[in-house]
Design a protein around this ligand. Structure first.
Ligand code: MIG
Length: 652
């Protein structure tokens, strides 16, 4: 059962389009209480065994207990354990214990989920303004509550089939030759590949929807040539529009008043990759339509997919921020001009750490600063809304701009689309990637844990940067991560500028990579069908074990395995130098291992704990009792998969 409550004057986020009658009485949840005196808070006394699910793309566990999380879309490339905000804002939680209660806090500003941090037994959800919609969903189980919520928020985005192939990306591919080298590296080594991603260097001076003609002469022919090799090019689109005389998108946006404005009505100016930029006001319907229509420029050149970046929106600094810093710097320099001993002055100048605290503070805080988010406004239905109040809707609406435009520009075409920042509701328009992780073993596990939580919030087409974005990867890390990536809908190897090259062919014995990625293609028809079914039926693609086995405390506590569809359980290895791992089987299952020689090992296993051996070049999974999956022969691309080679393996 779903109930909708209104507090104060909520902003219409469009997370939920389903019309629903609002309750007239205040919400009542056993062991919980609401405070709405100006601020909003909900406090709940948790039982020892209560599990708190949800929050989509967030740090830490599947069970969110024991920490604090803040929905506040943030460009932070250092996902260490103490971080409270990542790129997404997914305000849906389920309290699962004596009662099964889902709560969606439809609030577009910063909102805090203290889940046993301040007091281990207390859950507190709080935000500054008591202006929000609250949806309370009760059901038989966490899984049941999730399915009701998913139905409420609308059908998830389904990408084109090629997007289930493997993609290679790197921040640093600059030219058509760079792209060709990647394709050659894969094709020559027989490692399947369907997509090469184009990061910011393909653009002319980082201007959205432009192509650098020296780096990519005759781009449409190049796109075509790649397509003939079954490769799609997927360009990145950044949120900021470069300020430059003569750049049509900039000029149009200014003329039409489609950029975010300061309180005085002037266009807000922020520095991002292109230098000074304006942000398209994607919360304004007309501006959103206008920005979305620009994707056609690339679609007309043969492009069939995009990734939207920097849409928290990320800000290196603003005009005002620099001004502030300048003032602090000036004051500091001025202080040095006071008579002082020369030696001391040089000492200070040599050592940035010796800068006064105030200056250092300002330097650190100038990036993505909360002050900047208070400096610009959106025009929504004729009213000016200060950005910080609706901060978490920007990435959603940038992606919505594209998604809504696609249905007009190319109604018969499926277009790949995913975003970095997001809010619930965006799942109807695109997927997400989980941003700038690191080449750390702990991030394989973080990747796994985020997946079912994201599915709960409607985001089905998801994945992490395999191999790790920041830091230098290692061969074994990449292989183990790929063996998880085999199962994630978005399977993409991506790395940051300056890190070790991590295309699969950069390492010795490329056959191991060929095999692991090959397993993805052998399973691809099954994975695709499972995905489409999950989307259409408002179901999950990945589930925590506790969703199917809520009575089994060992299953509920298992956070390093996932159920996939109704047939599979995945158990990737995520520690270095491991020879395998311990797995928990909540029921008897068939252990399946894809061996490097192409054979498939199958072994029945009883309920309980087992140790499974898994070498670096093997891919493990389990088939549930009474279930079967079809497996095809390996292909080099999705288009080349031969359905007639399908064989069924299963467990009666
Ligand atoms: O400030 O476009 O998360 O995937 O490679 C960094 C360059 C901007 C951040 C994205 C990352 C991408 C990078 N971008």
């Amino acid at each position: 059962m779903i109930k909708k409550y209104r507090f104060g004057k909520p902003f219409e986020t469009d997370a939920i389009l389903t019309q629903m009658q609002e309750e007239t009485e205040a919400p009542c949840i056993a062991q919980g209480s609401f405070q709405t005196n100006g601020h909003f808070s909900f406090t709940y006394l948790m039982d020892d065994t209560d599990v708190i699910y949800g929050l989509g793309e967030a740090n830490r566990g599947i069970n969110k207990r024991g920490y604090v999380y803040e929905s506040n879309c943030t460009d932070d490339p250092n996902h260490t354990e103490e971080k409270v905000s990542l790129y997404g804002a997914h305000n849906f939680i389920i309290i699962s214990g004596k009662q099964q209660v889902g709560m969606f806090f439809d609030y577009p500003g910063k909102i805090r989920f203290d889940i046993g941090y301040t007091r281990q037994d207390t859950l507190t959800v709080s935000c500054d303004d008591a202006d929000l919609y609250l949806y309370v969903i009760t059901g038989e189980s966490a899984y049941d509550v999730t399915k009701q919520f998913r139905k409420l928020i609308g059908t998830s985005y389904i990408p084109p089939k090629f997007a289930f192939g493997f993609g290679q990306s790197r921040w640093g591919y600059q030219t058509a030759e760079d792209v060709e080298k990647v394709v050659k590296g894969y094709r020559e080594n027989g490692i399947p590949l369907d997509m090469v991603y184009m990061d910011i260097d393909y653009m002319q001076d980082y201007k959205d929807f432009t192509i650098n003609p020296e780096r990519f002469p005759d781009f449409p022919s190049f796109v075509q040539k790649m397509k003939e090799q079954h490769i799609r090019l997927i360009p990145i689109i950044d949120a900021g529009v470069k300020i430059e005389e003569g750049y049509d998108i900039y000029e149009e946006g200014v003329k039409k008043g489609y950029f975010c404005k300061r309180a005085d009505g002037s266009d807000f100016v922020a520095a991002v990759w292109p230098g000074w930029t304006h942000f398209p006001d994607v919360l304004n319907k007309d501006a959103r339509e206008w920005f979305g229509s620009k994707y056609q420029i690339l679609i007309d050149q043969g492009i069939e997919g995009f990734w939207n970046d920097m849409n928290e929106p990320a800000i290196f600094y603003s005009k005002e921020g620099v001004e502030d810093l300048n003032e602090a710097m000036k004051a500091f320099v001025h202080s040095l001009e006071e008579p002082q001993e020369q030696a001391h002055r040089e000492d200070i100048m040599d050592n940035a750490n010796a800068l006064p605290y105030e200056v250092r503070e300002k330097m650190n805080r100038i990036q993505n600063s909360p002050q900047d988010y208070e400096r610009f406004y959106h025009k929504v239905n004729g009213e000016m809304v200060r950005h910080d109040k609706v901060h978490n809707l920007y990435g959603f609406n940038m992606t919505r701009a594209a998604g809504e435009a696609f249905s007009k520009i190319a109604p018969d075409k499926e277009i790949l689309l995913f975003s970095r920042a997001s809010y619930i509701g965006m799942h109807r328009y695109g997927g997400i990637w989980t941003g700038d992780n690191q080449s750390w073993w702990s991030h394989i596990l973080l990747n796994l844990k985020m997946m079912p939580s994201l599915n709960m919030c409607g985001f089905l087409y998801c994945g992490a940067d395999l191999g790790g974005f920041g830091s230098h990867t290692t061969r074994d890390l990449l292989l183990r991560w790929l063996a998880l990536g085999v199962f994630t809908p978005l399977m993409r190897n991506h790395a940051a500028l300056g890190t070790r090259e991590q295309e699969c062919y950069q390492f010795e014995n490329t056959n191991d990579f060929k095999h692991v990625i090959g397993v993805r293609y052998r399973l691809l028809p099954y994975l695709y069908d499972t995905f489409v079914k999950a989307a259409k039926e408002n179901d999950m693609y990945f589930k925590p074990l506790g969703f199917e086995f809520p009575e089994d405390k060992y299953a509920v506590a298992t956070e390093d395995q996932l159920l996939l569809g109704n047939e599979l359980m995945i158990t990737p290895v995520y520690t270095q130098n491991a020879i395998g791992r311990t797995v928990y089987l909540p029921e008897e299952m068939m252990f399946v291992k894809f061996m490097p020689d192409g054979t498939i090992l199958q072994e029945e296993m009883t309920r309980g704990y087992h140790f499974i051996d898994v070498a670096l070049n093997e891919v493990p999974m389990f088939i549930r009792k009474g279930k079967q999956v079809s497996i095809v022969d390996v292909a080099q691309s999705v288009a080349e998969i031969k359905p007639e080679t399908a064989k069924v393996i299963g467990y009666r």
